[in-house]
Design a protein around this ligand. Structure first.
Ligand code: F6R
Length: 241
């Protein structure tokens, strides 16, 4: 595992954008996209590179990491809306080649199975962007998630609902259930890139990077992966040995 510590949020975003750019310039590639606040600077930087440096996403495709259950697709906090407005609608990736989990599917188990099959049919994800929850979740694999899990429905912990209340205004509006790629699904991506910033992530980053491999800190599964890059600001790196 490679840990890169940068001084400013812009440097963090630029380092992660460099990694994504490497794959995009290398030929047809499949991106794994996370939402939440951590990768937003990276998406802004990729949009900037598209507009100013001609970074061309026309041969890329993408899969989203997770989605709330029950939110309409056009709800401003659905992850499909967020990724469209922050990234997909601002670069020249073909929108038909961006796949989302349908949190309103009638049969959520079938939707989860469809998604794993679609990722496999695309040849897998080449580079997967990831944030980390304050409780160690990866995607929405909450503590206790099996390290080999596949895409499925999960129930959010109160901690995660409280953490995400900032996006919804009030905690009662945060959905209780989600669809998320499993830890096993995520682990099949060729390159995992985990981004974290701020003192509030320092403990959980240390647990994921240096602590025991345990389902109680799902993000610790990155220790098993053959190619992981963790990109941190100094505050988030503070509790690393
Ligand atoms: C988002 C996701 C979550 C977030 C995590 C951190 O697609 O899967 O695991 O990455 O909750 O969220 P932020 O970045 O908002 O601190």
């Amino acid at each position: 595992m490679e840990v890169v510590i940068r001084s400013t949020p812009d440097e963090v975003a630029s380092t992660v954008a460099d990694i994504v750019e490497h794959y995009v310039r290398g030929g047809p590639t499949t991106l794994g996209l996370a939402t939440g606040s951590s990768p937003l600077g990276t998406y802004r930087e990729l949009v900037r590179r598209h507009r100013h440096d001609g970074l061309d996403f026309s041969s890329a495709r993408a899969f989203l990491l997770d989605e709330y259950v029950g939110l309409p697709k056009d709800h401003e906090q659905s992850y499909s809306s967020v990724i469209r407005s922050e990234f997909v609608d601002r670069v020249n990736i073909d929108p038909d080649r961006v796949d989302y989990l349908d949190g309103q599917a009638e049969d959520l188990a079938r939707e989860a199975a469809r998604y794993d099959a679609a990722i496999a049919a695309a040849g897998g994800v080449d580079v997967q962007l990831l944030g980390i929850g304050t409780n160690g979740h990866l995607g929405f694999n909450e503590p206790g998630s099996a390290l080999t899990s596949r895409t499925r429905v999960k129930t959010l912990t109160e901690q995660t609902r409280l953490d995400n209340a900032r996006f919804f205004g009030r905690v009662d509006d945060v959905p209780r259930h989600v669809l998320t790629q499993g830890l096993g699904t995520i682990g099949e991506a060729g390159h995992l890139v985990l981004v974290a910033a701020g003192e509030g992530k320092a403990d959980v980053v240390a647990a994921a990077v240096e602590g025991p491999l345990t389902a109680f800190c799902p993000a610790s599964v990155i220790q098993l992966h053959r190619h992981t890059t963790v990109v941190l600001d100094e505050a988030a790196a503070h509790h690393l040995a």
